[in-house]
Design a protein around this ligand. Structure first.
Ligand SMILES: *Cc1c(COP(=O)(O)O)cnc(C)c1O
Length: 376
């Protein structure tokens, strides 16, 4: 049998990512591939850097996209900054905080965990207590937008505390970038990473990262080599520096970078504040409808992520049956619960291009039908 070309179904993606990709981004992806050292390509890379600086609200010279998904952005920050001599305070309130711990343990750095409740923001007072009890700590890491639970932590407050104790800050902004307020320079974030497939609505597989000058100095002054060759940023700084010293490190994912460029142009055209406001407006609209359907949010209102709405699955409702109904009958994907919330929650994403009136209306209508007693 000859295998034919693959044509995926047209879905509406309202899960925890990937989110709906804008048609503009998809068409950028189909433009002709050129060499990754072609002068035209390098010019586009310089623009990506500038657009990312805007998206992150930073002047950091070292702002670029790692050629791999958000998880690689996380690992890039941890493996480049940390050695066995460091002590890291990791705040955990969901699955992605646990992954930070995994990174720290593999590096062999000393770990202090601030245990937070799942479905709640990280408590600034808990971080402060941990820093008081561990004066040797020199890094603080936390997840700004915990996609596994839908909780938004106060990154500004957490970084301010970290700075009082002379710590460098590592922040997971995979789901927050473009969806909620994030100000890397003003909030004194030293290392931040994100992902292309959440509120940027680009294809998966790229991880924007940015390092402060202090973080870059730490990386440059390491006495041991970074354990990962591919993620060792001292080897790629030259490529992204714009200093004319572009040399081969790995083949850049050329077309994916066209897509990232387009998604960042879209964000710039809309305006960052407008994008944050749109996510909030769509969240408010969805919230009213979910309440009418009798669905309760897991996270208290003041700590909710607009772009990731985690709701409790009502008693007697079949999780898998509902999600299959939405997918099969409405081509609509919502997210299942993750970690401690597996089987107990749905995660409804309103990320980037998916944060639109049409999607809110579709999701509410489809859920209403799926939840009819006769379907259960
Ligand atoms: C999705 C996500 C990641 C991982 O990104 P991938 O692109 O799936 O590797 C990390 N942190 C958070 C908070 C996320 O939502």
């Amino acid at each position: 049998m000859t295998i034919q070309s693959f044509f995926p179904p047209q879905r509406t993606l309202m899960g925890p990512g990937p989110s709906d990709v804008s048609p503009r981004v998809l068409s950028a992806l189909a433009r002709p591939t050129i060499g990754h050292l072609d002068p035209c390509f390098i010019g586009m890379m310089d623009e990506i850097k500038e657009l990312l600086q805007y998206a992150f609200q930073t002047k950091n010279n070292f702002t670029m996209a790692v050629s791999a998904p958000g998880s690689a952005g996380m690992e890039t920050c941890f493996v480049n900054l940390l050695t066995v001599n460091d002590t890291v305070v990791v705040c955990v309130n969901g699955v992605f905080g646990l992954r930070m711990i995994e990174n720290v343990n593999r590096i062999g750095a000393k770990l202090v965990v601030v245990e937070g409740e799942w479905g709640r923001a990280v408590q600034p007072s808990a971080l402060e207590a941990a820093l008081q009890a561990n004066p040797q700590a020199n890094f603080v890491a936390f997840v700004h937008a915990e996609t596994s639970t839908g909780a938004l932590s106060d990154a500004k407050a957490l970084c301010a505390i970290a700075k009082q104790y002379d710590c460098l800050t590592i922040v997971d902004a995979v789901t927050s970038l473009g969806g909620v307020e994030l100000r890397v320079d003003e909030w004194q974030i030293d290392a931040v990473y994100s992902g292309s497939q959440k509120c940027l609505s680009c294809v998966p597989g790229l991880s924007p990262v940015s390092f402060s000058d202090k973080a870059v100095a730490v990386i440059q002054n390491r006495s041991t080599a970074v354990q990962s060759w591919f993620l060792d940023q001292t080897l790629v700084m030259g490529y992204w520096s714009g200093a004319g010293k572009r040399s081969y490190h790995h083949t850049a994912p050329v077309n994916s970078l066209y897509a990232l460029h387009e998604s960042l142009v879209i964000l710039q055209n809309e305006g960052l504040e407008n994008s944050w406001a749109r996510h909030k407006a769509m969240h408010d609209k969805l919230s009213v409808g979910l309440r009418d359907l009798g669905l309760d949010f897991i996270v208290p209102e003041s700590e909710r992520l607009p772009q990731l709405n985690a709701v409790t699955i009502p008693q007697g409702v079949d999780d898998v049956k509902v999600r299959q109904f939405l997918l099969n009958e409405y081509n609509l994907e919502i997210g299942a619960g993750l970690g401690a919330f597996a089987g107990k929650a749905w995660r409804i994403g309103l990320m980037g291009y998916a944060a639109r009136n049409e999607n809110v209306v579709l999701c509410l209508a489809a859920l209403k039908e799926a939840l009819k007693p006769e379907r259960q």
